[in-house]
Ligand binder design. Structure first.
Ligand SMILES: O=C(CO)COP(=O)(O)O
Length: 264
């Protein structure tokens, strides 16, 4: 059974002070009973991980913090990079890998995404592997085939127990930051195809455990229709995670749709 996850990806927004203020504002208006039904994660820029987590710990609120990127090597001459061990030491429990902005702006390949995912798993953290097609692929090719190939590459070389710990985020590139969301039907179709692929590679028990998120212009106006889809287990949220009020509204919506005990 799967507990839904609402994850905020702050991207390169909010310095330490602003991140602490947002974290405090999230705490101030958080209904703790939501956490019986939904997991909540925020992914600030790396320098904000520890300060934001300190706010949540001080408030005794089980909001987790995650990183937006990582290097797969344990240490060495990789100027500007952070290792899994470093992120874990900051209290990080999850890491986004393969976000389309990293793939498209920084040339990250499927192979690198796989190396990162495996390093995150080896550290005992949760990888959130992002996949998604561009508009050109959606209009001119088979988007399901394209996205499933990305998932296959990301999950290569891991075992069933590791696969069950992965989160996969379907984020169509054309829906990110554009205000144009995939329809609930489009999102459900892709998330179901991702789960079917996981079932094929790792078995149906694993597929039942893996959380598949939707991301791309998620907001308070569209979360309800997305979260009721059977294969959508939450959302990876960009813009709407930068304000406490909109982020909290998404958590509340997700909690109110989750089944008894938070599972679906
Ligand atoms: O990229 C995203 C989350 O990782 C989505 O961003 P937006 O919600 O701003 O479209």
């Amino acid at each position: 059974m799967r507990i839904p996850l609402i994850a905020g990806n702050w991207k390169m927004n909010l310095g330490i002070a602003e991140g602490v203020v947002l974290s405090q504002n999230i705490c101030n208006n958080f209904d703790k009973s939501w956490l019986d039904r939904v997991d909540v994660l925020v992914c600030p820029p790396a320098i904000g991980l520890r300060p934001c987590l300190t706010v949540f710990e001080f408030e005794r609120l089980k909001v987790q913090v995650g990183a937006q990127n990582v290097h797969w090597q344990p240490q060495g001459a990789y100027t500007g990079e952070l290792s899994c061990d470093m992120l874990a030491s900051a209290g990080c429990t999850a890491v986004i890998v393969g976000h389309s902005e990293r793939r498209n702006l920084f040339g990250e390949t499927n192979e690198q995404v796989n190396l990162k995912l495996r390093a995150v798993l080896a550290q005992g953290m949760t990888p959130i592997a992002c996949v998604g097609e561009s508009l050109a692929v959606r209009e001119g090719h088979d988007p399901v085939e394209y996205v499933c190939a990305q998932v296959d590459a990301a999950l290569a070389g891991i075992d069933e127990a590791e696969a069950a710990r992965c989160v996969i985020a379907y984020e169509p590139v054309w829906a990110i930051g554009t205000g144009r969301t995939a329809t609930p039907e489009q999102a459900q179709q892709m998330c179901a195809a991702i789960r079917a692929l996981v079932a094929d590679r790792f078995g149906s028990d694993v597929a039942e455990q893996v959380r598949v998120l939707y991301g791309g212009s998620v907001n308070v106006g569209n979360i309800d229709a997305l979260i009721v889809q059977p294969d959508i287990d939450g959302a990876l949220v960009g813009g709407a995670s930068l304000e406490a009020s909109s982020f909290l509204a998404l958590i509340k919506a997700c909690a109110s749709h989750a089944g008894a005990g938070g599972t679906r």
